[in-house]
Design a protein around this ligand. Structure first.
Ligand SMILES: Nc1nc2c(c(=O)[nH]1)N[C@H]1C(S)=C(S)[C@@H](COP(=O)(O)O)O[C@H]1N2
Ligand SMILES: [Mo]
Length: 269
C-alpha cells in the first residue's frame, strides 16, 4: 500500500507510484457533501453554497496561548502550502480520496505560542443564522464545534486545508479554511473555522453533545468499534461499486497508533 500521505513537495510522482487508492473525482468531492449549515442532504451544500459569505475572514486564536490574536485569511494564505492526498472516511460509511492544499495545523498554532497548560484545542465554525439557513434548525447545537488533544493537533498529519485539486476551497467544502484529520471520522474535520481556543479541559463537540454514545471525543476510524446503529468494518468509496474494508485509523496506523498507546479504544471511542 502506498505510504498514504503523499507529499507533492517531497517529489513523490503519483503516476509512478501504483496507487491502490485512486483520487475521487472533483465533481463528487464538490457535490456530495456534509455541511449542515448549508442543509442536511448531500446535494444541499453545493446548491446553497452562496449562503456562506467568506469575505472578510479571519481566525481568532485565544485561550492558553502566550500571544492571543487574530490572523486574517490573507496572512493565513502566506503560510507556505503543500499538497496532501488523504483518505476521508465519513462515519456514515462512505469515503473519498482527496488531494488537499494547505499546511500543518502546528504551523498556525505555533504563531500564537501555546502555553504548557494547553491540553486541548477547540475549533468553532462561523455562526450566522441570518445567512446560513441550516443554523435555524436545531439539528445540532450551533455553532458547530470540534476538538482535538494538543498532541493530536500538533501531529504532522493534522492539516489545515485551503484548496482541493489545486483550486481554492469551494464553500461546500468549508471555504476559506477547514481542518483535515485523516485518521478520524469526517465530522472531526470541521469546516469554515473562525475561532481556535486552547484549553486545559476536554471540549465537547457539537456531535458529542447531540449523541455522546454515538460520537465520542476521539472518533478514531476503527473497524472493530462499531456505531450503536451500524457496523464500521466496511465502507463505500465514492465512485466504486464493491465495498472496501475499513482500515484501522483509516490506514494511518503506523503514523498515529502511538498517540493512543495503553488506551482502551472502545471506551475512548
Ligand atoms: N461546520 C461543519 N463542518 C463539517 C460538517 C458540518 O456539517 N459542518 N460535516 C462534517 C462531516 S460529517 C464530514 S463527513 C465532512 C465532509 O467534508 P466534505 O463535504 O468536504 O467531504 O465535513 C465535516 N465538517
Ligand atoms: Mo461525516
Amino acid at each position: 500500500m502506498l505510504p498514504f500521505w503523499v507529499n507533492a513537495n517531497a517529489g513523490v510522482n503519483l503516476s509512478e507510484k501504483k496507487l491502490s487508492d485512486e483520487l475521487t473525482d472533483y465533481k463528487d468531492i464538490t457535490t456530495y457533501n456534509n455541511f449542515y449549515e448549508l442543509g442536511t442532504s448531500k446535494s444541499d451544500p453545493s446548491k446553497n453554497a452562496d449562503w456562506l459569505k467568506t469575505e472578510p475572514w479571519s481566525i481568532e486564536v485565544s485561550g492558553l496561548v502566550n500571544k492571543p490574536g487574530r490572523i486574517s485569511i490573507e496572512d493565513i494564505l502566506k503560510i507556505s502550502s503543500e499538497e496532501r492526498i488523504y483518505r476521508m472516511r465519513c462515519v456514515e460509511r462512505w469515503s473519498m480520496v482527496i488531494p488537499w492544499q494547505g499546511f500543518e495545523l502546528s504551523k498556525l498554532l505555533q504563531k500564537f505560542d501555546p502555553k504548557n497548560e494547553a491540553k486541548y484545542v477547540k475549533f468553532t465554525t462561523i455562526f450566522n443564522p441570518k445567512n446560513l439557513l441550516g443554523q435555524r434548525k436545531a439539528v445540532l447545537n450551533w455553532p458547530y464545534t470540534e476538538g482535538l488533544r494538543i498532541d493530536e493537533a500538533m501531529h504532522p498529519l493534522t492539516f489545515m486545508a485551503t484548496g482541493i485539486y489545486g483550486k481554492s476551497l469551494l464553500n461546500q467544502n468549508g471555504a476559506p479554511i477547514r481542518l483535515v484529520v485523516p485518521w478520524k471520522y469526517g465530522y472531526k474535520s470541521i469546516k469554515s473555522i473562525q475561532k481556535i481556543t486552547l484549553t486545559s479541559t476536554m471540549p465537547i463537540s457539537s456531535w458529542t453533545r447531540a449523541s455522546p454514545n454515538e460520537y465520542g471525543f476521539y472518533s478514531n476510524v476503527n473497524p472493530r468499534v462499531h456505531h450503536p446503529r451500524w457496523r464500521q468494518n466496511k465502507e463505500r468509496r465514492i465512485g466504486e461499486f464493491r465495498k472496501r474494508d475499513t482500515l484501522m485509523f483509516n490506514g494511518y496506523e503506523a503514523e498515529v497508533a502511538d498517540l493512543y498507546k495503553g488506551m482502551d479504544l472502545k471506551k475512548h471511542h
